[in-house]
Design a protein around this ligand. Structure first.
Ligand code: FEO
Length: 167
């Protein structure tokens, strides 16, 4: 139902979504070490969301007759100088995910693989939200310019984030 090449790229993305969650768990650990449990919660929920993304690929690869394989994961960046740096890295990471999803869509289109095109469209839409979410917080943090009152208010807001079910 899909070429070996397409199945391999889908499997790579399955692994990359898991790696993304690992990245965000490292960011959560940094925030917790700074006693910012709301920011930590934001990244923990983000890590959980990445796991749900990975599972979408897991299920789709199996539905397409492929075989999922896990890969070695690189060590994420654990040390950050500031919350601003954390969200800069998070935004850059989401841009990288977007470029990978776009390349996957290009390949699915080249192969006229309609199930994959339909499947990947969800991720195209999702990536717009993912980038916007990181960028919005980054802009707020830059405007606060280290103002503790603002940071603690935002920390409180982010403490309320919960994992939303995905269809
Ligand atoms: Fe699954 Fe944040 O990309």
């Amino acid at each position: 139902m899909a070429s070996e090449k397409l199945l391999k790229e889908l499997n790579d993305q399955f692994n990359f979504e898991l790696l993304s969650g690992y990245y965000y768990m490292a960011m959560a650990a940094y925030c917790e070490s700074e006693d910012l449990s709301g920011f930590a919660n934001f990244f923990i929920v983000q890590a959980q969301e990445e796991y749900t993304h990975a599972m979408k690929f897991f299920d789709f690869i199996n539905d397409m007759g492929g075989r999922v394989t896990t890969q070695a994961m690189e060590e994420p960046k654990n040390d950050y100088d500031s919350l601003v740096e954390t969200f800069e890295v998070a935004l850059d990471h989401e841009k990288l995910v977007t470029s990978k999803i776009n390349k996957l869509m290009d390949l699915a289109r080249e192969e006229n693989n309609y199930p994959s095109i339909s499947f990947l469209q969800w991720f195209i839409d999702e990536q717009l939200e993912e980038e916007n979410s990181m960028e919005t917080i980054l802009i707020k943090l830059k405007r606060m310019d280290g103002n503790f009152q603002g940071i603690y208010m935002l920390d409180k807001e982010l403490a309320a984030r919960t994992l939303e079910p995905i269809e």
